[in-house]
Design a protein around this ligand. Structure first.
Ligand SMILES: [Zn+2]
Length: 158
């Protein structure tokens, strides 16, 4: 059973975050070793896929971040490299304030959504519009958030 009011939740998010980061780093390395043949980014079909590109520099991811961060009321000055992004997320995700919790949720959901979209395109040959992805992040964040966060975001349009 998963209780959203459980005090362990920030820790669970953090664990997920670290695990995800390791997994993503592995994928990045595979591409560098030439074990993945077509390394073009499937989100823009324009540039070689890398962590920095796929999650931060690609216009697809950029638009997703732009919209969800604005929606969440987070000052949108996200870094453009994965290493800086990790630092940024640790810095702003620190503590138990409502703002920090919302920030962490948005980051985890955002990274997951971009990763999921990438895999859908590669393995299922399916595509989602940015608008659908963004609305889904907002929906999931609203549904899963504790009351303190829910009060802030539930009335916001995305
Ligand atoms: Zn791209």
């Amino acid at each position: 059973m998963f209780n959203v009011k459980n005090a362990a939740r920030p820790k669970a998010i953090f664990t997920l975050w670290i695990r995800l980061n390791r997994k993503l780093a592995t994928v990045d390395r595979l591409a560098k070793w030439g074990l993945v043949h077509d390394t073009t980014c499937v989100l823009c079909k324009n540039v070689d896929e890398s962590l920095d590109h796929m999650f931060l520099q690609c216009h697809y991811a950029g638009e997703v971040w732009e919209r969800v961060l604005t929606w969440a009321g987070i000052h949108n000055n996200r870094p453009k490299t994965w290493a800086q992004f990790m630092q940024w997320s640790i810095q702003h995700g620190k503590g138990k304030t409502t703002k920090a919790q919302l920030f962490k949720m948005i980051l985890v959901e955002g990274v997951y959504a971009v990763w999921n979209e990438r895999n859908k395109r590669i393995f299922e040959d399916k595509k989602c519009l940015i608008d659908e992805v963004v609305k889904n992040i907002a929906y999931v964040t609203t549904v899963r958030s504790p009351i303190s966060i829910n009060k802030i975001i539930s009335h916001r349009k995305i």
